[in-house]
Design a protein around this ligand. Structure first.
Ligand code: 4NP
Length: 154
């Protein structure tokens, strides 16, 4: 059964599209589906931030086809896991989660270490290298110990 994971950050132009590209590249050969979304509606339809595209390109990830979107209620029923980048995203998504949702909501950093680190917002401080280091670490952590698919309703 395909494991479906949605990555969520604030804008869906820096961290979560980078996560989507890193996980697709590193785990795409497994039975897993990856997507990303933002909690905000600020960058719907936009390409990822050029700094994220450039950092990704240098590491072998192609972010150029991705486009920003906002998380929807349907996402809570389509995905097994919704993994957020920081505690602010975690709070927003946890509050929006319907009681009968399929998706479990957690910090992506849970696949790096305990306690889980946040993936800090690089938009103003340019910390794109640090973002990709954390994402690659999380991809390796999830590959080593993948979570089980969650029960589908009906
Ligand atoms: P992201 O980064 O949440 O990793 O996509 C940001 C992108 C845009 C803004 C903030 C964070 N913004 O303020 O527009």
């Amino acid at each position: 059964m395909t494991l479906r994971i949605l990555f969520v950050c604030l804008g869906n132009i820096c961290r979560s599209p980078s996560a989507e590209a890193v996980f697709r590249e590193r785990l795409g050969h497994l039975d897993m589906h990856f997507d990303s979304a933002g909690t905000s509606d600020w960058h719907i339809g936009e390409s990822p931030d050029p700094r994220a595209i450039r950092e990704g390109q240098g590491r072998g990830y192609d972010l150029s086809p991705l486009k920003g979107r906002q998380i929807t209620e349907e996402d809570f029923y389509l995905f097994d896991y919704i993994l957020t980048m920081d505690l602010s995203n975690l709070k927003t998504v946890t509050q929006a989660r319907p009681a009968d949702a399929r998706a479990e909501v957690a910090l992506l950093g849970r696949f790096i270490s305990d306690p889980a680190p946040e993936v800090p917002d690089p938009y103003y401080n340019n910390s794109f290298g640090r973002v990709f280091d954390l994402l690659e670490s999380a991809a390796d952590g999830l590959r080593a110990d993948p979570p089980p698919p969650r029960a589908r309703p009906g």
